[in-house]
Structure formats: structure tokens, C-alpha cells
Design a binder for this molecule. Structure first.
Ligand code: NOJ
Length: 926
């Protein structure tokens, strides 16, 4: 994190300060960031007492297919108390169990300006799934003086607007059990924009920065309750446990709320509710009694969220009808409007589907980007790149992407090259491409304010920069020194930015070059809390405070669009971003930023990535090895073993650390890291199939155990283990010198050790011996995993390799699985150019059929065959299998589970069935 710097200090002093910033070994500087107490809107909201909201609904009607009302307050008791103007309330219902509730100021009552409503996040397709409500019913809740209005949501579900006191909830029709509610505790508050009068002092100061706040306080807060929930999850990004711990209530000492405010945090700690680089205001509740529900608040201003521990409201003396299994939360935002979505579930995958029906499913990545990435700040020059590249080959380690950090540029002017260090960038990329490899360069949002830099000249003359509160181009400090930031909220500026990625404009780039967006929170070393001042101004007069959490999202969007344009709409983009917001999953991958090389950070990477996956951002990972510091060798090896299962698998390190490419730690450790990377490469067909599942349904690649076993309570707070798809369970090893680990294997079926094939009973915890060779990983009985077992230099070179299927039989001697294949890079899959196979094993017979609707093989074909089929859990004995329709026989023998990994007991193997992967066929064990 950067120190505060007065821009008028002489350059030398600044350089010194930056050097300190880069090389400092001091830990997280808590005092640089605001606490809730130092954030007036948060402090005010937290101090409100339950049932202090006196709002009530009037004029309830159906208008444009939605339920509408005015929210009013009783007249104030004394004349100096504020009277709020009526607010507009709209409740609409979308297909598949989504309820949207909006509350905003009434434009006909002349607010000083329109409050910011985040555009470009809700999918246009979602808007078209709106159910056109025709009527509402009225009922009176026991003890209420006024009525409640009830509308249909989905089969078995209704939404209720309770007029007085104002409350909204979704409930089950039968039995009227609540699912989710808003304002049940009367904490709703909405500060309306004001016009400054004589004597109004709205300025806020923090660490020498003043925020002028021209419209006065404009925050919104309310409570949301998740019924029948044992835990709540979501709201990244925090380095904390997966099941969110209460931040207030009995037994919680002085905790901050979970903060959503995109920040560049230097050396973040591993267990804290403080805000990090990205924000997704989406929370899920899950419980054994009912299942899963979700709540999303589309709002890009700073948000703070309290999870209220049971008994938090004891003093109020008022209890809701159902208090058991309910989790209350308090949502507070500095600005914006109420635009909220209630997701009824009832299963975890349903909620994720509902959320991604609003914000979009994850983009389908290029196949190469799902493989292993090698990064470091910095690979120094072309020779360094060439050396690293050839060492991978020498050590027989596959990798797909080599990354260049900020030092490759000419003085941190993005889209340029330091021509002394990188005289022939195209040639360098072409050499990598000859081995099927790719390169990624960094492009950050801060533009060096240098009159001779064309990008700066152009942005200045076109007026494309974000403005400060006085209307001048905002000038902040980042890597290049004095910098300005393109106003990515403006579609015209995004379009201008996207043109910069064309091969013509980005001189030295090739079609094999992809992009890394860093520092896009945005990071401003001399700004308040290392970011842009809240009173900076964007397109349309939007204040930065209203938009802050989405700035990085728009930057990511513009960059990703740039790569699409560069490839004429034919090449899927790959853009890694540090900052993110709801919807970022449509534009690429994210990573968890500047972690540290220690065991706690290895451990917290799992809940962090699980949380990202649950909230749409499935393509995510943590820096393997830890960014800051030098990992001990054992930690590095364990990190590779875990990282091989992250959806995004990249090693990265700070420039002050020692070199740590996988061959630098002695032959044995090279072997262990190679083995971890090989495992990932063998599993790429499985991962790619899962990315496609995420792309069609939102269901994440890496999932919590409870997503597969939703009624198994023992899984609800387990964030040391995770599922990759529905078939693999992985348990990280998070301490050194471990000899044993306790691994909980859920469900009624067995599990097969991924490496040895040894079978373990499900529904119980096992104490297992742990070796240095691998972290525990298991294939679930009843599943089929596709693999490619030949190791090449890169994933691209594996394109025509044959497949292996690993069938793990369950108690009924059955199993099933899928395999998705397309060209790995274009958008033609959207037109149906793909193969999607369904494999079912039952009664001793494996059947392959197509999952493609109207399956024809004309749009995409593959000549690949299946060369090996391993059947786990089958008695040995059979010698032959019959392949139909070709009416051929294949031999069955006992063979190794992995061709090159350690020893395992021999397993039943159908040798060389060589059936085309694209065809329908059956193979019967005789
Ligand atoms: C901060 C990023 O988080 C880190 O990954 C990168 O190496 C440095 N910026 C330098 O670009």
C-alpha cells in the first residue's frame, strides 16, 4: 500500500517513497483504511435501533406488470425533524423464482439529481423474463392494522408487501413459511439528496483528504433475514472463512462489518472482514431444513454488511414469528438506490442459476487459459523469457502462458515496450506460439501524464479522463507517477479504449498476446485509502462514490471487448482482472491479489475462491507460491498441489522475492511440482467440461461440498476441502510436516483415492496418512472423469491426443459423466459447434450418447479416440469387452491408474477400445 503523498513534493522524494512502497516488508497498515466508526454512514446505520423505521406503504397498485407503492413516513412530531418525501417502491417478478424490489426517490418530486442506478450489469435477456403481474391479493396479518399485498412468484412461492409497518418478504405458499425478508427489523433508512443551504457542512475528512459531498448524506440501509439458514456465504472479497461469521451480537467482540469497497490492500491479512480488490453484493443462505436462498443488491457504492449473530436484537424485546434457523443481516450503502433481487432457490445450484440469470454466466474461456500460467514481476528481458521457456521443456513441465508485468513497458506507459529489454516482442511471442504457448502483458488503467505519450494526449484532448470535484482532469499517483484515469463508465470511452488492442494500435502485439488488468480498483497511491476520491466526477455527473466498486468492472469490460474486436469477433478474449463487481464473470478471470507466502494464506485461498465461485466468478485463483515473501520449499510444493485444482492456475511472485520456477529446488521437488502440474493437464478435459457447465448454468467449477451434498450439515462450514465439479473432492494440506490428515468424505457412496484407486467409505471422516507426493483427492463413486494422459509442452499440443475415461463405480455398479469438446478458442460453440457426450455405465455396459440438441456432427468434429477405460470398483476377471456397433473386441487387463505417477494397485483397464469420442457406441464387459 502506498503512503500519502503530496503531489507537489519533489520527484526524487516521490521516487524514494515509491521504492519504499515496493520493497517494504511491513505488514498491513490498518490505519490507512477507514473503520466503520470512521465512516459516518456506517456508524449511523449501525447505531439505529430495531424498529426505528416508521415507513408505511400507500397507493398500492399494479402498474406496468409490477406491484408499486409509495413509501411514506408519518408527519414529524416536531418541526425541526426532517420529513422524507415519499419514495417509489416497485416489486417485479421474473421467471424461475426471482423477485426484484426497487426503491428510489420519486423523480416527480424534484430530487436535486437522479441517483445512480448501475447500468450494464443486468442482462437484457433477464429483463425479458419479467412476468407481467395482473393482480394482487390482500390479506391481513394477525395484529397488523393495515393489509398486506400478495403476488405470485413461482409455483409454491409468493411475495408479500406488508403495508404498515413496511416490510417485504418471499414465502412458501403452503404453510406460509418465510424464505427471505427485507425490513422485518425496521432498520430501513433512506437519506434523500439535498440542496446545500447556508450553514450545511457536509464535508468529510480522512487522513488529510476532504470529500466535499455536494448532496449531503445519501446512504441507504436495511435489514435482510434469511430463514431456515444455518449459515450465510458470499459477498466477496474478504480473506475470511467461507461460512460468514457474525460481526455483531452476543459473543462477538468489536468486529467490523464485512466491507465491500474495492481497495488495493498491501499485504492483506488472512482473517478479516476488511474490503479487498473486488465487491459482489450477493449473499446466500443455506440450511438443512429448507435449502438455499439468495439476496443481491445491485449497488456500486461502498457497502458494509453485518451478519447479526442470534440474539443480537434481544434488547428490542420483539421477536419475529420464526426465530430458529434465521440469520439476520444489516446492509448499508453510502449512495445509489435500492435495486435488490431475492432468489428463492431452493437448491444451491438453483440460487446460482437465478443469480447468473440476472448478471450473466461466466464466459467460456479459451482452453489454453485453463492450463498452467507462469508469471513473475518481472521476467526481465527477452533472454530471460527464452530461458524460462526452454527450462520448462528441459524439465518436462508443461505450461501454456508466460506473463510480463509492468517492467516490460517503456516507463509504465501501457501498450509500449521497453525496447532495450524487449527489442523484438513479436518474434518473442511467435517463438512461444510455435510451441502452442501464449503471452500475457499487463495493461493498467492509470495513464502516465506525459505530453509525449500519445494515449495521454488523445485522452486529454478528447476529455476522456475522470474529473476531480472541481471539474479538472483528476491527477493521481500510480506506477508511472502522475497519472489520469479514463472514465470507463462512458460507453464511448470504452469503445475508444477497446480499439487500442488492435494489432495495429498495440505495436508489438500478436494474436497470441492476451491481457492482464491490474490496479483497477482503481489504485491511487496518494488518494484517500489508496483510491480515487469519492467526489471525483464521471460521465453524466455520476460521483465516484456512487460508482466506485464498478470502475474495475467497466475497465475489464472495455479491455475484454478490445480483444474481441481485435480478433474480429472470432477469438475468445482472455483478460485477468484484479478488481471486480457483479457481472465481471462475463469478461474473464480474477485472482485474489497480493497474498503472502505463508501457510495461513494458502489455507484462506480456498474459502476465497469458493466464495468467488458461488457468486458467479468461477474463473479465479490465488497466486501460487504467495506473492510476497519467499515460500519454504514444502509450502511451495503444497501450493502447486492445491493450485493445480484452482480454476485459474498461475504462479506469481513479487520482484523482491527469490526466483522460484519449479526446477530451482532440487530434483525431488521439481518432480513433485511437475507431478502436480501434470495432474492438472491430465484433468484438462474434465475442467473444460466444467467450465462449459459454468458457462451454461452458472454452477461453479470449484464448489463447496454442500453444493453437492446440500443436506449434510457436516459440510456446511467445511472450507478446507472442496469439490471440483460433482466428481472430485480435494483436501488441501495447510501445515508443514503433516503426517496425517482428517478428511471428511460426504454422502452415502464411496470415494476412490485419485492416485491409488483405494476405496473409502462415504459419510464419515477418515484419518489418512499424508505423504509429500500429493494432497488428498478422491473421485466420487458413481462418476466418470475424462482425462488426457499424454504430457506435451502445452495444452494446445494435446488437442489431438486420445482420451482416458476413469469410471468409478458406485454401490449399484453404475456411474455417469460428461465430456465437452469444442475448438477451444472461437465463439462457434455458440452456434452449436461442439461435442458434448454423456457416458453412462450400468449393467456392465458403458454407453456414449450425445447431449447436443439435434446432434449432428457437421459443425464441429474431432478425430480423437478413447484409448483407455479404467473401471474402479469392478472385480477383476473379465478378459474382453465387446464394442458396438463396430462389433469389435477389446482386451481387458490390469494396468496402472496413472501411467507416470507412483505406484498403485493395478486396476481393471479396457485397452485400446479406440472408439471415436464423437460417436455413439457401447462397450460391454464380457
Ligand atoms: C499489483 C499486483 O497485484 C501484482 O500482481 C503485480 O505484480 C504488481 N501490481 C505489479 O504490477
Amino acid at each position: 500500500m502506498a503512503p500519502n503523498i503530496n503531489p507537489t513534493l519533489p520527484l526524487l522524494l516521490l521516487l524514494l517513497l515509491f521504492t519504499l512502497h515496493l520493497s517494504s516488508v511491513s505488514a498491513w497498515k490498518k490505519e490507512e483504511f477507514r473503520t466503520c466508526n470512521q465512516t459516518p454512514f456506517c456508524k449511523r446505520a449501525r447505531s439505529r435501533k430495531p424498529h426505528s423505521s416508521s415507513l408505511f406503504a400507500t397507493d398500492v397498485a399494479i402498474l406496468d406488470g409490477a406491484l408499486t407503492a409509495n413509501l411514506r413516513q408519518p408527519p414529524p412530531e416536531s418541526p425541526d425533524q426532517d420529513q422524507i418525501k415519499p419514495l417509489l417502491f416497485t416489486l417485479s417478478v421474473n421467471q424461475n423464482g426471482v423477485v426484484r424490489v426497487k426503491i428510489d426517490e420519486d423523480p416527480s418530486l424534484d430530487p436535486p439529481k437522479k441517483r445512480f442506478e448501475v447500468p450494464d450489469v443486468v442482462l437484457p435477456e433477464f429483463e425479458s423474463t419479467k412476468l407481467w403481474l395482473q393482480r394482487f391479493q390482500t390479506e391481513t396479518v394477525d395484529g397488523d392494522s393495515g393489509p398486506s399485498s400478495v403476488v405470485y412468484v413461482a409455483d409454491g412461492y409468493e411475495a408479500v408487501l406488508r403495508h404498515n409497518p413496511f416490510e417485504v418478504y418471499v414465502r412458501e405458499k403452503q404453510g406460509k413459511r418465510r424464505v427471505l425478508s427485507l425490513n422485518s427489523h425496521g432498520l430501513f433508512d433512506f437519506e434523500q439528496l439535498r440542496v446545500k443551504q447556508e450553514g450545511d457542512d457536509w464535508e468529510e475528512r480522512f487522513k488529510g483528504h476532504t470529500d466535499v459531498r455536494p448532496y449531503g448524506p445519501q446512504s441507504i440501509s436495511f435489514d435482510v433475514s434469511f430463514f431456515d439458514a444455518d449459515f450465510v456465504y458470499g459477498i466477496p472479497e474478504h480473506a475470511s472463512s467461507f461460512a460468514l461469521r457474525p460481526t455483531r451480537g452476543p459473543g462477538v467482540d468489536d468486529s467490523e462489518p464485512y466491507r465491500l469497497f474495492n481497495l488495493d490492500v498491501f499485504e492483506y491479512i488472512h482473517d478479516s472482514p476488511f474490503g479487498l480488490y473486488g465487491s459482489i453484493p450477493f449473499m446466500l443462505g443455506h440450511g438443512k431444513a429448507r435449502g438455499t436462498s439468495g439476496f443481491f443488491w445491485l449497488n456500486a457504492a461502498e457497502m458494509q454488511i453485518d451478519v447479526l449473530g442470534s440474539g443480537w436484537d434481544a434488547e428490542s424485546g420483539i421477536l419475529l414469528p420464526e426465530s430458529g434457523g434465521r440469520i439476520d443481516t444489516l446492509w448499508m450503502s453510502e449512495a445509489g438506490i435500492v435495486d435488490t433481487f431475492f432468489f428463492i432457490g431452493p437448491g444451491p445450484k438453483d440460487v446460482v442459476r437465478q443469480y447468473t440469470s440476472v448478471t450473466g454466466t461466466p464466459a467460456m474461456p479459451q482452453l489454453f487459459s485453463t492450463a498452467y500460467h507462469q508469471c513473475r514481476w518481472n521476467y526481465r528481458d527477452e533472454e530471460d523469457v527464452e530461458n524460462v521457456d526452454s527450462k520448462f521443456d528441459e524439465h518436462d513441465i508443461p505450461y501454456d502462458v508466460l506473463w510480463l508485468d509492468i517492467e516490460h513497458t517503456d516507463g509504465k506507459r501501457y501498450f509500449t515496450w521497453d525496447r532495450v529489454l524487449f527489442p523484438n516482442p513479436e518474434q518473442m511471442q511467435n517463438k512461444l506460439a510455435a510451441k502452442g504457448r501464449h503471452m500475457v502483458t499487463i495493461v493498467d488503467p492509470h495513464i502516465k501524464r506525459d505530453e509525449s505519450f500519445h494515449l495521454h494526449k488523445e485522452a486529454t484532448s478528447k476529455g476522456y479522463y475522470v474529473k476531480d470535484a472541481t471539474g479538472k482532469d483528476y491527477d493521481g499517483w500510480c506506477w508511472p507517477g502522475s497519472s489520469s484515469y479514463p472514465d470507463m463508465l462512458n460507453p464511448e470511452i470504452r469503445s475508444w479504449w477497446s480499439e487500442k488492442f488492435s494489432l495495429k494500435n498495440y505495436v508489438g502485439s500478436t494474436p497470441w498476446l492476451y491481457i492482464w488488468n491490474d490496479m483497477n480498483e482503481p489504485s491511487v497511491f496518494n488518494g484517500p485509502e489508496v483510491t480515487m476520491p469519492r467526489d471525483a466526477l464521471h460521465y453524466g455527473g455520476v460521483e465516484h462514490r456512487e460508482l466506485h466498486n464498478a470502475y474495475g468492472y467497466y475497465f475489464h469490460m472495455a479491455t475484454s471487448d478490445g480483444l474481441v474486436k481485435r480478433g474480429d469477433g472470432k477469438d475468445r478474449p482472455f483478460v485477468l482482472s484484479r478488481a471486480f463487481f457483479s457481472g465481471s464473470q462475463r469478461y474473464g478471470a480474477v485472482w485474489t491479489g497480493d497474498n503472502t507466502a505463508d501457510w495461513d494464506q494458502l489455507r484462506v485461498s480456498v474459502p476465497m475462491i469458493l466464495t468467488l465461485g458461488l457468486t458467479g466468478m468461477t474463473f479465479s485463483g490465488a497466486d501460487v507460491g504467495g506473492f510476497f515473501g519467499n515460500p519454504e520449499t514444502e509450502l511451495l510444493v503444497r501450493w502447486y498441489q492445491l493450485g493445480a485444482y484452482y480454476p485459474f492456475f498461475r504462479a506469481h511472485a513479487h520482484h523482491d522475492t527469490k526466483r522460484r520456477e519449479p526446477w530451482l529446488f532440487g530434483e525431488r521437488n521439481t518432480e513433485l511440482m511437475r507431478d502436480a502440474i501434470h495432474t492438472r493437464y491430465a484433468l484438462l478435459p474434465y475442467f473444460y467440461t466444467l467450465f462449459r457447465e459454468a458457462n451454461t448454468s452458472g454452477v461453479p467449477v470449484m464448489r463447496p461440498l454442500w453444493m453437492e451434498f446440500p443436506s449434510d450439515k457436516a459440510t456446511f462450514s467445511n472450507d478446507e476441502a472442496f469439490m471440483v465439479g460433482n466428481s472430485l473432492l480435494v483436501q488441501g494440506i495447510y501445515t508443514e510436516q503433516v503426517k496425517h490428515a482428517s478428511v471428511y468424505l460426504p454422502g452415502g457412496q464411496s470415494w476412490y483415492d485419485l492416485r491409488t484407486g483405494i476405496i473409502y467409505k462415504g459419510g464419515t471422516a477418515h484419518k489418512l496418512e499424508v505423504s509429500e507426493e500429493t494432497i488428498p483427492a478422491f473421485q466420487r463413486a458413481g462418476t466418470i472423469i475424462p482425462r488426457k494422459d499424454r504430457y506435451r509442452r502445452s495444452s494446445t499440443q494435446m488437442a489431438n491426443d486420445p482420451y482416458t475415461l476413469v469410471i468409478a463405480l458406485n454401490g449399484s455398479h453404475a456411474a455417469e459423466g460428461e465430456l465437452y469438446i469444442d475448438d477451444g478458442k472461437s465463439f462457434e460453440f455458440k452456434q452449436g459447434a461442439y461435442i458434448h457426450r454423456h457416458f453412462v455405465f450400468s449393467d456392465g455396459k458403458l454407453t456414449s450418447s450425445s447431449l447436443v440438441p439435434n446432434a449432428g456432427r457437421t459443425l464441429f468434429s474431432s478425430a480423437c479416440v478413447i484409448e483407455r477405460i479404467i473401471v474402479l470398483g469392478h472385480s477383476s476377471g473379465p478378459k474382453n469387452a465387446l464394442i458396438e456397433p463396430s462389433n469389435r473386441k477389446a482386451e481387458i487387463e490390469l494396468g496402472p491408474l496413472w501411467l507416470r505417477r507412483g505406484k498403485s494397485a493395478p486396476v481393471l483397464t479396457i485397452r485400446r477400445p479406440n472408439v471415436p469420442v464423437a460417436d455413439d457406441w457401447t462397450i460391454k464387459i464380457l
